[in-house]
Write a protein that binds this ligand. Structure first.
Ligand code: HSE
Length: 309
């Protein structure tokens, strides 16, 4: 009988510009580590990081609660979380913990859930941070690579990323509101112009073609979003300079990572990613904001790193 399972789940970037709530890409940058152990009574959450330990406020806790109820799991569960993904910066932090928890419970109780079921459970965790369920980040954290999510009914398609795709994420050192995703979703227009939806649709289709044809340049050039980005960019100090500097430094394309405030530039191994990172840093500096630069590849996905019997 398995007593405990530890999973490392990757961070991710959602939307990739025009694929709002539909596209996700797992990033080989930060991983949350979630250990689920059969222990005690009920569900307890343990962490030395600055995250809510109350069940209803914790993304992994909500996932465990739902899985325990739906799958009629008996006995207690302890969830130990080591947070590495920066929280509230548009890198799928809550999703990484939620995904790690769903995968760990699946293995711990030998539930044999398929990928859609795992994504569906992990998505419940998003409610704790975003106020609504969307599956783009969790699908990327559960499956790795590039994902396309259709949420009703839920289905997820995974495409392997091109080997030469490299991302440069600029994470600004600004104070983010507590319910940041909820706030940044509230500024999005409720209706869109047909011409804008055509532009975004064409770009989104080209992103999918880029992943299928392993064409990093096509992916990067297609992350242009004329609907959500213009509505959110005022929330990111120095946005225009960060974007224009990165493009001038050779990035194929630049957009907001998920709900922000991080910005993500797309390049390939032929680009000078350090130069692009420095250009983005300069862009944030123009608004008197410091930032961390993370240069990374797509992640292949989560890993079960320890099973204790
Ligand atoms: N698609 C989501 C958004 C990702 O942009 O609001 C954030 O979790």
């Amino acid at each position: 009988m398995v007593k405990s399972v530890t999973v490392r789940a990757p961070c991710s970037t959602a939307n990739l510009g025009p694929g709002f709530d539909v596209f996700g890409l797992a990033l080989d940058a930060f991983y949350d580590e979630v250990t689920v152990t059969k222990k005690g009574k009920g569900i307890t959450i343990v962490s030395s990081d600055d995250i809510p330990l109350k069940l209803e406020q914790n993304t992994a806790g909500l996932v465990a609660k739902e899985m325990k109820k739906k799958k009629k799991l008996t006995g207690g569960i302890e969830i130990k979380i080591r947070k590495n993904v920066p929280s509230g910066f548009g890198m799928g932090s809550s999703a990484a913990s939620a995904a790690g928890c769903a995968i760990a419970i699946n293995r711990l109780y030998n539930l044999k859930l398929n990928q859609n079921q795992l994504v569906s459970y992990a998505g419940i965790g998003e409610k704790a941070s975003a106020g609504s369920i969307h599956y783009d980040n969790v699908a990327a954290s559960v499956l790795g690579g590039f994902v396309i999510v259709d949420s009703s009914p839920l289905s997820v398609i995974r495409i392997e990323a091109p080997k030469d795709l490299i991302l440069c994420v600029a994470v600004p050192e600004i104070k983010v509101p507590k319910k940041k995703t909820k706030v940044s979703r509230s500024v999005i227009p409720k209706t869109v112009k047909l011409s804008d939806s055509i532009t975004n649709l064409a770009n989104a289709a080209n992103i999918v073609a880029g992943f299928l044809n392993k064409d990093s340049s096509l992916i990067g050039k297609s992350v242009e979003d004329v609907i959500v980005e213009p509505a959110r960019k005022h929330m990111i100090p120095g946005f225009n300079n960060v974007k224009n500097n990165a493009l001038r430094a050779g990035a194929f394309g630049v957009t907001i990572s998920g709900a922000g405030p991080s910005m993500i530039a797309f390049g390939s191994k032929n680009q000078n990613l350090k130069k692009i990172g420095a250009a983005m840093k300069k862009g944030f500096k123009s608004a008197k904001v410091d930032c961390d630069i993370v240069i990374c590849k797509p992640s292949k996905g989560p890993k079960i790193v320890k099973v204790v019997k």
